[in-house]
Design a protein around this ligand. Structure first.
Ligand SMILES: C=C(O[C@H]1C=CC=C(C(=O)O)[C@@H]1O)C(=O)O
Length: 470
């Protein structure tokens, strides 16, 4: 991938960008195209506000925020995309990314994480989606036309221009200038209001009897050693008398769940998948890999004393620790098999606004020959969202659950041209389709699980999400 060593800012003042694009176009062979990727530092803006202002309902988009790291990224519209399904979807995604990178001319030399082209990915839980009209493919990978990221106070705009012999460069150049003007106007805007007054009354899942039977049946299979753990989920359907307000709901999510990853993915056809997940699948920053074993849960207490008691019970519960340990063992074994030596940090609690989890962070230095998507493919689904043994648990999940998991509990994230990435697990999530929303949450079932308590845990997770939707 060629890199043009120049300061992108000079383009703003000297029209050099136009000349440069024109030069790229002249060098394009008759039937080929190139992608010019320009990174430019802009004044600090909220990427969520930019998404709201610029993204059109008929465009793919992706929003991803990690408030505790002061990082957010929005990707809008696609210059290249792959939609696929099947067991090879991760390797196909990898090939697609490398074929795009072969075409990219990168402008600017900085290799900071938020500069340069990023690819945004959503994979479904299973290799195929079985519901015929499910609105997201089993894998979508796209290179956005516009990408805006914020890291602390710094903001980087990345524009990816697809150029071939037919491209109207004047239009492209005008579009670039227009976007910069728009973003500059957004610098003082933020969506910092809370508005929880729509459907915030609690709602409960239906068909609880069937779900309870699935848990009881799973417990029998666990007792007979058919499998050791299964994670069963349940949807909650809600509707309102007008379309859901996506951006206000995201604003609410970021305020209610500051410790979670906030995400929103649009399929460009009017449906959005959004959520606040506490679970990272992997992140890689300069060859340093971080992943988490996160499983085993208790509610937060209403008082400090109650909270401490619940935390201590969680830390000492044999059942919760087992549920957690199978996740930790699976992740570490998987990494070893990929030739990665994990360093397991001390176990701790991950305390969120409504719930607390057992959490063991895992770190490793990556060998250069392992691609981020190979790690995603090997780890997904971990026993935090599937079970042990994995294949048996996945088959039983399909027997018990009468709904399409789709993007629920699936790998969602981005990777860049430097081998950096961040993928989360799409739990505590909702599919929004105009005035209807389907919310998802699940719980791990192991020996000793109490069906009523597992159902209460799922209700707790669902209500926290429901509260944010307006
Ligand atoms: C599957 C979910 O949570 C997983 C992640 C953390 C704790 C879990 C648990 O304690 O059951 C689950 O394994 C979900 O929230 O839908």
């Amino acid at each position: 991938m060629p890199v043009l060593p120049c300061r992108p800012n000079t383009f703003l003042y000297h029209n050099e960008l136009y000349q440069f694009l024109s030069h790229c176009q002249q060098n394009c062979a008759a039937d080929s195209s190139q992608i010019v990727s320009i990174s430019l530092e802009v004044e600090s803006v909220d990427p969520l506000v930019v998404l709201q202002e610029i993204a059109q309902p008929n465009q793919l988009s992706f929003y991803f925020e990690n408030k505790s790291n002061q990082q957010a990224i929005a990707a809008i519209d696609a210059v290249a995309q792959l939609q696929t399904c099947g067991v090879k979807r991760f390797s196909q995604a990898q090939k697609f990314v490398s074929s795009c990178l072969d075409k990219i001319i990168k402008v600017g030399t900085s290799n900071e994480v938020s500069t340069g082209p990023h690819f945004f990915c959503s994979f479904s839980f299973f290799n195929e989606t079985s519901q015929i009209d499910y609105p997201f493919p089993a894998a979508t990978i796209f290179l956005p036309r516009w990408q805006i990221s914020r890291c602390g106070d710094r903001c980087i705009l990345v524009a990816n221009f697809l150029i071939d012999n037919e491209t109207n460069l004047s239009k492209l150049y005008q579009d670039w200038c227009q976007k910069i003007r728009t973003i500059n106007l957004l610098k003082f805007q933020s969506n910092s209001t809370n508005n929880y007054n729509s459907i915030s009354r609690s709602q409960h899942i239906k068909n609880i009897k069937n779900f309870k039977q699935s848990i009881t049946s799973s417990l029998k299979l666990i007792e007979s050693n058919y499998f050791q753990k299964i994670v069963l989920a349940h949807p909650l359907d809600v509707s309102v008398d007008r379309p859901f307000d996506l951006f206000q709901s995201l604003e609410n999510l970021r305020n209610i769940h500051p410790g979670c990853y906030i995400f929103a993915i649009s399929n460009g056809k009017g449906q959005n998948f959004i959520g606040a997940s506490p679970e990272r699948l992997i992140s890689i920053n300069n060859q340093q890999l971080s992943t988490d074993a996160l499983a085993g849960s208790a509610p937060r207490g209403k008082t400090l004393a109650e909270d401490t008691k619940l935390a201590n019970c969680l830390l000492s519960s044999e059942k919760e620790r087992y549920e957690h340990c199978v996740v930790l063992d699976f992740i570490t074994q998987c990494l070893y098999q990929l030739g990665i030596v994990p360093q397991v940090l001390s176990p701790r609690l991950r305390q969120l606004s409504n719930i607390q989890h057992l959490w063991t962070p895992i770190q490793a230095t990556l060998p250069t020959n392992v691609h981020p998507l190979e790690i995603v493919a090997a780890l997904h689904p971990t026993p935090a969202v599937a079970g042990v043994s994995r294949d048996v648990a996945c088959t039983k999940i399909q027997d018990y659950e009468r709904f399409e998991r789709g993007l629920y509990a699936a790998p969602l994230g981005w990777l860049d041209d430097q081998g950096n990435c961040e993928f989360i697990v799409g739990i505590r999530s909702a599919l929004i389709d105009r005035d209807r929303a389907r919310l998802y949450a699940g719980a791990g079932i192991v020996a000793g699980s109490n069906p009523d308590r597992e159902i209460a845990e799922i209700q707790l997770k669902l209500q926290a999400l429901l509260k944010a939707l307006v």
